[in-house]
Design a protein around this ligand. Structure first.
Ligand SMILES: NC(=O)c1ccc[n+]([C@@H]2O[C@H](COP(=O)([O-])OP(=O)(O)OC[C@H]3O[C@@H](n4cnc5c(N)ncnc54)[C@H](OP(=O)(O)O)[C@@H]3O)[C@@H](O)[C@H]2O)c1
Length: 250
């Protein structure tokens, strides 16, 4: 990879609270950033903030990730803007209402579309570019929710769990070309996504998580639980026998 000061970094879903903090960490080192977001005003505000914080170049493109044709065009633009990429971080996502997903197939499919299908669609051209370049790093924010299906959010969990499997296979493929694939698994994070939900002691700030995302990418972790304590917690939860797990109200 290029030295951190000249890194070329794509962030999809750059207006996410977590991603904006990761972008700030890159900006502090003078990286060049290509940002996409669906809301033009918020995207411009994030871009301006990063320019002030030291990014040596900031390009933006408005993108709703469910617009497949535009997504392909924007990935091409991101790749050519700085003559290639060193890091691609995919951070977009929605937390759907589980009850609504249970009563409406459309709601459930729409959640899978944003959280899973769109990400696969973005990763397909990106992976080929990185593979050809034989360098760089692809990082995707999934979730601890993908580790086990729970009655309270299994549509979201299914999308994130599906992404985990996809990334596992992609990592195995791209390892042979020297490209890192990083699965980032935050637990509960205090962001607009969780606004209005009761917050317990396991909640982390977007700043803490965003910086940990930056660290995990720079250290080329394969799978990072963020904060770290989610790794043992999820090991216990994954280890519970299904016969017992199905009786719980989680
Ligand atoms: N917060 C948590 O507790 C938590 C836990 C584990 C994993 N995560 C994951 O962390 C990532 C970042 O989430 P966050 O917590 O930072 O929440 P956030 O601030 O609400 O960010 C979510 C981002 O996704 C974007 N997005 C949603 N649908 C989109 C679409 N169709 N096209 C383009 N962009 C779209 C949103 O754009 P708009 O602002 O325009 O809607 C927003 O920028 C997500 O993948 C999320 O699933 C979050």
């Amino acid at each position: 990879m290029q030295p951190e000061a000249t890194r070329r970094v794509l962030i999809v879903g750059a207006t996410s609270a977590i991603a904006a903090e990761t972008a700030r960490a890159y900006a502090a080192y003078g990286a060049r950033l290509f940002l996409t977001g669906r809301n033009p005003e918020r995207l411009q505000a994030v871009a301006a903030d990063l320019a002030v914080r030291g990014a040596s170049a900031v390009e933006t493109a408005v993108l709703d990730v469910t617009d497949r044709r535009r997504a392909g065009e924007v990935m091409d633009a991101a790749w050519t803007a700085f003559g290639g990429l060193d890091v691609a971080l995919l951070a977009h996502g929605v937390l759907p209402d589980q009850a609504r997903c249970q009563s409406s197939a459309e709601e459930a499919v729409a959640a899978l579309e944003v959280n899973f299908v769109s990400t696969v669609a973005l990763l397909t051209p990106l992976a080929n570019r990185f593979e050809e370049a034989r360098a760089g790093c692809i990082a995707v924010i999934t979730s601890v929710a993908g580790d086990r299906g729970r009655q309270s959010n299994y549509v979201y969990g299914a999308a994130k769990g599906g992404l985990d499997r996809f990334l596992e296979g992609l990592r195995n493929r791209l390892f042979h070309s020297g490209v890192a694939v990083i699965t980032l698994k935050p637990g509960f994070v205090d962001t607009p996504m969780t606004a209005g939900r009761p917050q317990g002691p396991l909640f982390a700030s977007a700043r803490r998580v965003g910086r940990a995302v930056h660290r995990a990418i720079e250290r080329r972790r394969d799978v990072a639980y963020i904060p770290w304590f989610w790794r043992p917690i999820m090991a216990v939860i994954r280890g519970l026998p299904e016969a017992a797990f199905k009786r719980l109200r989680l």
